[in-house]
Write a protein that binds this ligand. Structure first.
Ligand SMILES: Nc1ncnc2c1ncn2[C@@H]1O[C@H](COP(=O)(O)OP(=O)(O)OP(=O)(O)O)[C@@H](O)[C@H]1O
Length: 262
């Protein structure tokens, strides 16, 4: 099994603030990770580094064998699929959902070629279908609901067949139905051996799709713990990360957490 992501003593400081404090983390082939932690813990910063969209102040980040600082970041764009609220805002609202997915094969955000290969079109349609939004292929992105947009975004991130899929809070702002549909699609993706290594950021253990295997727990830019999900999502570790006493339950592969009742 190969290493897909490696953080070695990663330190990030911006504007006088320490954002990540000597983080060591590695992700291997076949793994599906969730990054959990309270607001400001550094989750999005970890994802931005893993996507090659920022550099550490010190330490090294290696993404799919390429060390940041020694590689052309443009080369990483097709190796890493990313979804985030910031990227979603940059997608052209007047573009059809199908084109939003299709243009990702060339690392673009707007349609710029008149002709795409029929194979590309079929792949884009299959991805929209896999995420339950094939019927929206011809609708403009700006007319989609938040849940529909999230699913189109994940389909877009998968279009170039990346080695690594990064999902920054994919369920944020979704209603219960939207969240559950997205989770079912992500769970199916997690269970498919052909899927890329995945890393998903969330605030809520309830949003971890069954099939995810590992967890990275952050607090104030430091790693609280990292490893197999069952070992990470203990009341002790979660209470430590979130700063209050929590109870954790697992039922049919899903987790729930709530404040402990005294
Ligand atoms: N350019 C910057 N200058 C100063 N501080 C920054 C900068 N960028 C991020 N931060 C701070 O770094 C911390 C970590 O931010 P980050 O977005 O990685 O956290 P997060 O865990 O994703 O938070 P959230 O759950 O609220 O989305 C925050 O306190 C944020 O205010």
């Amino acid at each position: 099994m190969g290493e897909v992501l490696e953080f070695d003593d990663v330190f990030v400081r911006r504007g006088g603030t320490t954002i990540l404090d000597h983080v060591d983390w590695s992700v291997d082939d076949g793994e599906r990770w969730v990054i959990l932690g309270p607001n400001g813990a550094g989750k999005t910063t970890v994802v931005q580094l893993a996507a090659g969209r920022m550099h550490p102040t010190s330490g090294t980040v290696t993404v799919v064998g390429e060390q940041l600082g020694r590689t052309d970041l443009a080369d990483l764009r097709t190796l890493v699929g990313l979804t985030s609220a910031a990227l979603a805002d940059r997608l052209p609202p007047g573009e059809r959902a199908l084109d939003i997915v299709l243009t990702a094969s060339y690392g673009q955000t707007g349609r710029w070629r008149e002709e795409y290969d029929s194979e590309d079109i079929e792949r884009a349609e299959a991805l929209l279908h896999a995420f339950g939004v094939a019927h929206l292929a011809q609708r403009t992105y700006g007319t989609l609901s938040s849940g529909e947009r999230q699913r189109v975004q994940v389909a877009r991130a998968l279009m170039p067949d990346p080695e690594l899929l990064l999902l920054d809070e994919p369920a944020a702002g979704l209603d219960l139905g939207g969240r559950e549909e997205l989770m079912a699609a992500l769970s199916e993706l997690a269970g498919d051996a052909r899927s890329p290594v995945s890393v998903m950021v969330t605030h809520h253990v309830e949003e971890i799709p069954p099939g995810f295997t590992h967890g990275l727990l952050l607090r104030d830019g430091e790693v609280v713990t990292a490893g197999e999900l069952g070992d990470v999502l203990t009341p002790q570790h979660l209470s430590n990360a979130f700063g209050l006493e929590l109870e954790v339950e697992r039922h049919r592969g899903r987790y729930t957490a709530r404040a402990a009742v005294r």
